[in-house]
Design a protein around this ligand. Structure first.
Ligand code: G
Ligand code: G
Ligand code: MN
Ligand code: NA
Length: 251
């Protein structure tokens, strides 16, 4: 309950922060292609809170609407300031309810002066099991037409259906960490991910492997033709001011 009332105040008080995790090219020399924005709440009493401790609450109460709009505006502005190749922003299913999301995105891009193809919107598979599904489909298609890229996040963890890949034009699949974890030790995990990379490539979809922690994982991912990797091997999410330093170390 304390968190819930705090959440109302947090936006006005400027207690949310975005941290950025680099997404790195795997084929050829390592290059930071873009950054994923990950929200944190600098709580006055509890310290820096991870999204898992407040995003679900904000989704439940509807506060994710205004918070999500702030996240979009900030991420898009930071992408310009930081000279990011692109910025990837996580979006909750609830943000599609009631319309207005596409306008929020368009306005954020206009105000910051960021080209639409330098924004990727990441949605999770749960969007397809949600009351917002129909609204989300319409908005995602409109975003695609604008030139914004659409990524399906946490792919393979929830209720992924090949039907979604068939019916919606995704630009990016983010292979979940749980997929990446076992690829070195478990032949079946490696084969499954290899198959996903192959299917994606034939459909013109880019794969980003998440949660890459070791060089062995990186080498295997590169060998199977995966285009991008993200994970602690390269860097955790860092504040905007540290992104340039992280890029220098990686490249
Ligand atoms: O930062 P962390 O690694 O704890 O992120 C965990 C998860 O929280 C992410 O995978 C994502 O699903 C969610 N998340 C992070 N930032 C945002 C955000 O800005 N908006 C929404 N809706 N979810 C986010
Ligand atoms: O959007 P998504 O839910 O996938 O957010 C990624 C989450 O995974 C974030 O909470 C981020 O902090 C976390 N993460 C990113 N890279 C790694 C990694 O290499 N290892 C682990 N354990 N977690 C990671
Ligand atoms: Mn994500
Ligand atoms: Na994920």
């Amino acid at each position: 309950l304390a968190l819930r009332t705090g959440l109302d105040r947090a936006l006005v008080a400027g207690e949310f922060e975005l941290h950025y995790q680099p997404i790195v090219e795997l084929q050829g020399p390592p290059r930071v292609a873009g950054y994923e924005a990950l929200v944190r709440w600098r709580h006055p009493k509890l310290g820096l809170l991870a999204p898992s401790s407040f995003v679900p609450l904000a989704e439940e109460t509807g506060q994710i609407g205004p918070i999500g709009a702030w996240i979009l505006r900030t991420a898009v502005a930071d992408a310009v300031t930081g000279g990011f190749g692109y910025v990837a922003v996580n979006v909750s299913p609830n943000q599609f309810i009631g319309g207005g999301f596409v306008d929020t995105v368009r306005r954020a891009l206009d105000e910051a002066g960021l080209a639409p193809n330098r924004l990727t919107v990441e949605i999770t598979e749960t969007v397809f099991l949600h009351e917002a599904t129909a609204d989300a489909m319409v908005d995602l298609q409109a975003l695609s037409r604008l030139g914004v890229r659409v990524a399906i996040d946490d792919f393979g963890t929830g209720y992924s259906s090949l039907g979604y890949l068939r019916d919606l034009k995704f630009d990016v699949i983010k292979a979940d960490k749980t997929f990446v974890d076992g690829i070195v030790e478990l032949a079946d995990h490696e084969r499954l991910l290899r198959g996903i990379v192959h299917v994606a490539r034939t459909m013109g979809i880019t794969v980003v492997a998440e949660g890459v922690e070791t060089e062995a994982q990186r080498d295997l991912l590169r060998d199977m033709g995966c285009a991008y990797a993200q994970g602690y091997l390269y860097s955790p999410a860092v504040p905007l001011a540290e992104t340039a330093g992280v890029r220098t170390v990686i490249e």
